[in-house]
Design a protein around this ligand. Sequence first.
Ligand SMILES: Nc1ncnc2c1ncn2[C@@H]1O[C@H](COP(=O)(O)OP(=O)(O)O)[C@@H](O)[C@H]1O
Ligand SMILES: [Mg+2]
Length: 376
Amino acid sequence: MGHLLLRNRSLKRLLSIGKKTDEEHPKPTGDVSPQRKLAWRCFSYREISQATGDFNQDNLVGRGGYAEVYKGILLADRRAIAVKRLNPAALTDGKREKEFLTELGTVSHVSHPNVSRLLGCCVENGLHLIFELSSTGSVSSNLHDESKPIMTWKQRFNIAVGTARGLQYLHKGCQRRIIHRDIKASNVLLTDHFEPQISDFGLARWLPSEWSHHAIAPIEGTFGCLAPEYYTHGIVDEKTDVFAFGVFLLEVISGKKPVDRSHKSLLSWAKPYLNDGSIQAMVDPRIGDDYDLDQLKRLTFVASLCIRASASWRPTMTEVLELLEGTGEISPNRWQMPEAEQEEEEFWDFYDLDDDSNSPSSSSSSNRSIGKYLSH
Ligand SMILES: Nc1ncnc2c1ncn2[C@@H]1O[C@H](COP(=O)(O)OP(=O)(O)O)[C@@H](O)[C@H]1O
Ligand SMILES: [Mg+2]
């Protein structure tokens, strides 16, 4: 009952904002200006059911913890869409429903070429979010799916910069600060031109401008990508995303997962290379020598700053972009930490998971609960 009330109230509020009628709804323009017009509408169940072939399994393009995503073509204008449908079982779970509505509430207010574009929602026969289709799948599937072509260095560097732009927009470019809380390769989707788009705002939070940070419980996110202050104290701010972005960069460079099959963390693998400067050994062996050394230096330098244990010594996304897009020499001195801070940094150690008994309670692809991976 409680969750039904929640749905009614939340939906009323949400549906009164940003909604456009069919006629007003703009046709796709290929617009790449940073601030695109906000517009979304309510779809009928009939429309999305027709588009996806009645949610035919052949059209299933992704599955997260509590939702399935189907591709489809709208009958009216032949537009390619992705329909994210909350699993029927999750409909009785108020928390999942709230997460779903959070996603609608957040993503309906954002508009940037590097953020997934919401087209609308459908609240008949369940809860559905309708997005523009990112036809190339996620960065994760392109990195790890052996049936897909190996991503080139150029594509990887563009993905790093584009994702940084999208995240900088969420932190600084929106009317309200948005902390995504689940930045990872499976939540960054790719257009057919390999342009990255940040998606999955189920855990996102708006942060009032006067708050320096926010303490959140329970701690949710993805194992292997969580910042120490969040992991230990539930503290969330922009730097939580910056940390996860650092792990994302390591994954894009190396082609390794944040936690591999033997439960080794990417962070503990990468630290020795970053510390002794042997960065060329970090490059995904599948791309051989076909990479740009200056870009590699930038990516690894930025990654090493982003994954600092001390949040205040991590860069902001604006600084990340300056470093990634800069053309001059990087000046490490500017980012040098005082000795006491460095010692503190070394005190933190990234642990790998020992075995299944220690692993997080959920090890699904959309892992939203965490276990031990870090100790102080
Ligand atoms: N707009 C989209 N276009 C193409 N595939 C998508 C789209 N949105 C989601 N997907 C696919 O579905 C998967 C799960 O979607 P996501 O929003 O991350 O759900 P969850 O919240 O359950 O993790 C993604 O990893 C991706 O593969
Ligand atoms: Mg996801």
